[in-house]
Write a protein that binds this ligand. Structure first.
Ligand code: C5P
Length: 221
């Protein structure tokens, strides 16, 4: 049986992509499968945590014993995560949040026109950074996908967003990241210290992540 080291701890996990609608039938999104976040939610559940999983549109079924909130846009993701994070001990942001949304959303399907069109995009809020600004005792964990200067960029993100650590992964490594069942990540802290983890299943990455997060929980809980 797994160690119930997270008994009584509320854990919030975000997963999957967001969809930023341009009109009722078109959106901007990305290929996030949700597998990493679902693995974190299931691992936390099995270690005794009370888990809320906030997920964008993915094909995975609701895990048993987890409160699942299905959202589409980054703004919906923010509302659900901020709400659930209020009394959380650990928040893990695996969601691939779209950086931008349409500045205005058409209520009607946009007809094709001759020639080029321009879409005006406006930045989405950074949810992890928002949580980091009122961090309290919560342990905050992020993910980052980089094609180059990974450790440096991930450390900068951990610092700017006030996250305890970021798990860095690479979109180009075979069998890992988007859609894969395995992941090869590097744990990166704000001070630039980092550890390469071996390529293991997403479930095993989740277990290691939670072990690291549990060590950072305030002692007197
Ligand atoms: O997109 P970026 O590389 O900055 O993502 C790093 C971390 O920040 C991820 O954990 C992601 O879920 C989170 N994030 C967020 N809100 C955004 C963009 C990213 O919480 N708008």
């Amino acid at each position: 049986a797994p160690v119930r080291d997270l008994a009584g701890v509320r854990v919030v996990v975000s997963a999957g992509p967001t969809r930023e609608y341009l009109d009722p039938v078109r959106f901007i999104s990305n290929p996030s499968s949700g597998k990493m976040g679902f693995a974190v939610a299931e691992a936390a559940r099995d270690r005794g945590a009370e888990v809320t999983l906030v997920t964008g549109p993915v094909t995975l079924p609701d895990p048993a014993g987890v409160r699942v909130v299905r959202i589409e846009s980054a703004l919906e993701l923010r509302d659900a995560v901020v709400d659930a994070a209020r009394d959380a001990g650990i928040v893990v942001m695996t969601a691939a949040v779209a950086d931008y949304r349409a500045a205005t959303q058409s209520g009607e399907k946009q007809a094709k026109v001759a020639g080029d069109v321009t879409i005006h995009l406006t930045p989405n809020p950074d949810i992890l950074a928002e949580l980091g600004r009122e961090k309290g005792d919560r342990v905050l964990v992020g993910f980052a996908m980089e094609t180059h200067a990974g450790v440096e960029r991930a450390a900068g993100k951990a610092q700017r967003k006030n996250a305890d650590f970021i798990l860095l992964n690479y979109p180009t490594r075979e069998g890992t990241a988007f859609g894969g069942d395995d992941n090869q990540v590097t744990l990166v802290r704000a001070d630039g210290s980092h550890e390469d983890w071996p390529r293991v299943s997403k479930r095993e990455v989740a277990e290691r992540l939670l072990t690291e997060a549990a060590r950072l929980l305030p002692a007197a809980r």
